[in-house]
Write a protein that binds this ligand. Structure first.
Ligand code: NAD
Ligand code: DAU
Length: 351
């Protein structure tokens, strides 16, 4: 084996796509998935690759310092790609401390474990922190987030991610830890937990439940297909410069209400529905507190310096995503039982 890489949060949405990519592309690497398997971690996401000889799973909480040290001793990884996080803004409003623990303290625990294990011998090592564009706050009608846009987080989620980004950079500047950071825009695609806009709305259309559009529906997000994010992470991990930050996005802005209408039309078409169109389910509900109006990433740096650009158009990606959810109703029913229902009640009842 040429290299051992820890991927944290590999049973989640983006992590599972990344693991599948790395396992297939680098058979000579050992890919070790460190995941606590929270409500968002799902081993079904990896069932097609779980028996690959270069794949290893370790169920571990990144809050467990001793367990992290033991895993660094056992596997001697050269690289860490850190995705494990609490990732949903609405949940961060309901339970901010979960985000402080996993996103801030968990990240610092991993930084400490890498620093201790690599002990100043940083040759060939890399700690890659996967972050979000939400750390930059909210844009007006025009303009883009660049790598030098000042941080201005508004939700407990984005504040926790901003804090973790600062710690990663501080460990680079203070201890020389070979870090790299990326900040990506909204992802969509197969295997996304149905608490986020696109999979939640697809699931609700299938169930004929209301589609809860927050506020006036004119909030804007910049959408990227998850497999393109995984390809960007691979590029940055292998070719990005130490100490640098890369923004990732597809120059693909959509107002929420326009996405919802597009999605409803596509589901109607794919399911051959001729009566009661899905968009009759659209319901405007109370806004998310602290709701950022617009995100838009300037992805010029990663394009110019590393030659990455998205491979899938939004129309193709959304169509593939809807097909996947329509074909994977069993996956949907597994993840929407139990805890999902109590979260849904808390989040949407009386809104
Ligand atoms: P996700 O919620 O689908 O998955 C998170 C994973 O982390 C799960 O497998 C979960 O079990 C694991 N995890 C959570 N807490 C843990 C802990 N304490 N210890 C170990 N494992 C733990 O998240 P996602 O949407 O795939 O996002 C992955 C990363 O990418 C996050 O860091 C997120 O901030 C970032 N990101 C996400 C998006 C997006 O649109 N989803 C965009 C940009 C950046
Ligand atoms: O920008 C990157 C971020 O994108 C990631 O860091 C986060 O992990 C990810 O969750 C996502 O955050 P958002 O808050 O933008 O995504 P979400 O899917 O929750 O919401 C997208 C938009 O849709 C947002 O404007 C809120 C709105 N929305 C969302 C839900 C869940 C609704 O109108 N109704 C809903 O029920």
């Amino acid at each position: 084996m040429k290299k051992t890489i820890f991927v944290t949060g590999g049973a989640g949405f983006i992590g599972s796509h990344l693991i599948r990519l790395l396992i297939g592309k680098y058979p000579e690497y050992r890919i070790v998935n460190l995941d606590a398997l929270t409500y968002a971690g799902n081993l079904e996401n990896l069932s097609d690759v779980e028996s690959s000889p270069n794949y290893f799973l370790e169920r571990v909480n990144i809050l467990d310092v001793e367990a992290l040290d033991a895993l660094f001793d056992q596997y001697q990884p050269e690289g860490v790609i850190h995705l494990a996080a609490e990732s949903h803004v609405d949940r961060s409003i309901l339970s901010p401390m979960d985000f402080v623990f996993t996103n801030v303290i968990g990240t610092v625990n991993l930084l400490n474990a890498a620093k201790k294990k690599w002990a100043g011998n940083f040759e060939g090592k890399r700690f890659y922190h996967v972050s979000t564009d939400e750390v930059f706050g909210s844009l007006g009608e025009t303009g883009f987030f660049t790598e030098t846009t000042p941080y201005d987080p508004h939700s407990p989620y984005s504040a926790s991610k901003a804090s973790s980004d600062h710690f990663v950079r501080a460990y680079h500047d203070t201890y020389g830890l070979p870090t790299v950071v990326s900040n990506c825009s909204n992802n969509y695609g197969p295997n996304q937990f149905p608490e986020k806009l696109i999979p939640l709305f697809i699931n609700n259309v299938i169930q004929r439940k209301p589609l809860p559009v927050y506020g006036d529906g004119l909030y804007t997000r910049d959408w990227l297909f998850v497999k393109d994010h995984a390809l960007a992470i691979d590029k940055i991990f292998h070719e990005g410069l130490t100490g640098q930050t890369y923004n990732i996005g597809g120059f693909n802005e959509w107002r929420n209400i326009d996405i919802v209408k597009l999605l409803c039309g596509l589901v109607d078409e794919k399911t051959g529905r001729t009566t009661s169109s899905a968009d009759e389910l659209i319901t405007y509900v109370k806004d998310r507190p602290g709701h950022d109006r617009r995100y838009a990433i300037d992805a010029t740096k990663i394009n110019k310096e590393l030659g990455w650009s998205p491979s899938v158009t939004f129309e193709e990606g959304l169509s593939q995503t809807i097909d996947w959810y329509l074909a994977n109703t069993e996956w949907l029913s597994h993840v929407t039982s139990g805890e999902y229902n109590s979260y849904y009640e808390k989040q949407y009842k009386g809104r």
